[in-house]
Ligand binder design. Structure first.
Ligand SMILES: [Cu+2]
Length: 238
């Protein structure tokens, strides 16, 4: 019994000793990681009303640089759409373009900083593209005009996309001063400096107003710089 008490006291002593010696050191070296969250309300161009869904906005923090994740991001071509519709990545990261449709697609980008033409490939196959410059990149399909993807190449991993209600949550953010930015696929933008100190941050609701109509975003040229041909009654003939 006495031995047990001694063992117990020794354990308590060690705990106290470590709390004075070990833990303070560890605390000093540990970076506090918190969450930045909030909600975005998205209004159509002209401000006659809000959109019916508030997804497809990206919220991202500027101010630090982090290395790109080794894993590629994945974009599916499914039911003649790019999924997701908007993709934030880190500078230097790769994107895998998977065809999940039984029809062919021809993914391309004419952006001068990263132009490519992936050609046609069958269901279940993918091609990979690396993004080495920051900025916003448009990716299209040369067969289906309505297939549009926005890739935002950012300087760090502190970003999130909104859900259909406009909610976002950026996780594992270290303390510091940042510029918080919002960007929506129809041109709405917002910017605000924020400071994070030891605790998570819940921002008040942010309202953005889009600068483009949907029809203006959908209208674009094919990979040869020409208008898309109208394809009446030719379903399946591609
Ligand atoms: Cu397509």
């Amino acid at each position: 019994m006495t031995d047990r008490i001694h063992q117990f006291l020794l354990a308590v002593y060690l705990l106290i000793a470590f709390s004075f010696i070990g833990v303070p050191n560890a605390t000093a070296q540990t970076v506090e990681l918190v969450e930045v969250s909030g909600q975005i309300e998205i209004w159509a161009k002209g401000e006659k009303g809000t959109l019916s869904k508030f997804d497809n906005a990206v919220v991202y923090l500027e101010g630090v640089t982090t290395p790109p994740p080794e894993e590629s991001e994945i974009v599916d071509q499914r039911k003649k759409k790019f999924r997701p519709r908007v993709l934030p990545i880190v500078e230097g990261q790769k994107v895998k373009f998977y065809n999940q449709d039984s029809v062919s697609h021809n993914v391309f980008s004419t952006d001068k900083n990263n132009n490519f033409d992936l050609g046609r490939y069958p269901k279940g196959e993918f091609k990979e593209v690396q993004y080495n410059k920051r900025g916003m990149f448009k990716v299209y399909c040369n067969i289906h005009q309505s297939m549009i993807l926005d890739i935002l190449v950012l300087g760090n991993q502190y970003f999130a996309t909104t859900d259909t209600k406009g909610n976002f949550k950026i996780s594992n953010v270290p303390d510091g001063k940042y510029e918080l930015n919002v960007w929506h696929i129809y041109g709405g933008e917002f910017s605000q400096p924020i400071e994070i100190k030891n605790s998570s941050l819940i921002l008040p609701k942010i309202k953005i107003v889009n600068s483009k109509f949907v029809k203006d975003v959908v209208k674009h040229k094919n990979k040869d710089g020409k208008s898309y041909k109208k394809r009446r009654g030719r379903r399946g003939n591609y």
